[in-house]
Design a protein around this ligand. Sequence first.
Ligand SMILES: NC(=O)c1ccc[n+]([C@@H]2O[C@H](COP(=O)([O-])OP(=O)(O)OC[C@H]3O[C@@H](n4cnc5c(N)ncnc54)[C@H](OP(=O)(O)O)[C@@H]3O)[C@@H](O)[C@H]2O)c1
Length: 290
Amino acid sequence: MILITGASGTVGRAVLEEMRKTGEPFKAMYRSENDAKKAPAGTASVMADFADKDSLNKAVAGVNTIFLVCSPIPQLVELEGNVIEACTKNGVRHIVLNSALGAGDYPKSFPSWHRKVEDKLMNSGLSYTILRPNGFFQNIVAYNAPTIRTQGAFYAGMGNAKTSLLDVRDVAAAAVKALSSPEDHSGKTYELMGPEALSNDEIARRISRIIGREVKYVDIPEEAQRKTMLDAGMPEWQVTALLDLQAYYVSGKCAAVTEVLPDLLGRAPITVDQFLNENKESFHSHAAVA
Ligand SMILES: NC(=O)c1ccc[n+]([C@@H]2O[C@H](COP(=O)([O-])OP(=O)(O)OC[C@H]3O[C@@H](n4cnc5c(N)ncnc54)[C@H](OP(=O)(O)O)[C@@H]3O)[C@@H](O)[C@H]2O)c1
């Protein structure tokens, strides 16, 4: 039996959808009954909280393989650590861990938290596969679409730095390859890069072309970014983590395009143009806000 954690989140939901295509049996883990009710019809679900060890022991009983993902919060180190411990105790054989690009070489921000979990997993004696994805195309809709709708512009401090973003559905497809045949992917760490390195100016040009209206990328100083995020009510730890992550992107280390993802998937990854075309409605000023 396969267990998919984080099934209400961006990555976990995509893994669930991809898993459904295989026809293999699996269970989805939720911590809220409300979210479990929204699971696609026929999905077997289990309720548990990473902070509640008893609930985890029950959730992993009879499970062979787990997809492990948690929200990008500092507590993920402890929370995912609890899952690894429950897996060791209850005879789970393999964990597919959703980590992040930078866990290998960036000792700050989200990547450094993920690295701690990776280390715990590697020392657990369990079989494992680690996925270190680059940033997701989905961030463009989540973070940039709101000001594109209202101001025809989006803002960051990326300068001309390029990033090879990828689609979360391809992260999910890679995860399902490892969940379905763990023996072929055991002990492996995959750094998942998208098919093209793009600057924010280039992303603005692509969006403009696709929606038929000019969209601009505006570079702003770090202090202005910090103030905007704090004024919007974001906690300080999150603002610092996001700015530190941006510094990693600006270093140029997230711009590589490699064969790791296409080799894993056995096909070309989803392109940014495909993603933007599918989501073009979210950039129009009349778009409904979720
Ligand atoms: N966004 C990117 O570009 C990017 C790139 C690389 C890596 N990542 C990594 O990807 C990971 C997941 O991202 P995401 O966008 O899928 O996050 P998300 O949408 O916030 O989903 C996180 C999931 O974890 C669950 N969760 C959180 N705390 C839990 C707990 N105590 N017990 C049980 N479940 C819990 C959430 O459940 P609830 O719905 O109940 O809260 C949710 O299902 C993060 O760790 C991030 O660092 C993101």
